[in-house]
Write a protein that binds this ligand. Structure first.
Ligand SMILES: [Zn+2]
Length: 70
């Protein structure tokens, strides 16, 4: 299962993006801005975990596209 993180900083639209750390995503946040979400079987589970920390979360378009909305 891949490890996921959520960006501590919101995007301009208020989303906190969830990234799959195994994907080598070019848009994953800097180390200092990552909140580790642990290991998840899919991005939906990771997004659910992230929603415990931030009200507005969204999957990264590039590495968690199945969970990207908007
Ligand atoms: Zn990403």
């Amino acid at each position: 299962m891949p490890a996921y993180c959520v960006n501590k900083n919101a995007q301009s639209n208020g989303d906190h993006e969830v990234h799959d750390l195994s994907a080598g995503c070019a848009y994953e946040p800097a180390q200092a801005n990552r909140l580790a979400l642990g290991f998840h079987g899919n991005c939906l589970s990771a997004v659910r975990a992230a929603s415990n920390y931030h009200q507005q979360v969204n999957g990264c378009y590039y590495c968690a596209r199945a969970c990207h909305t908007g």
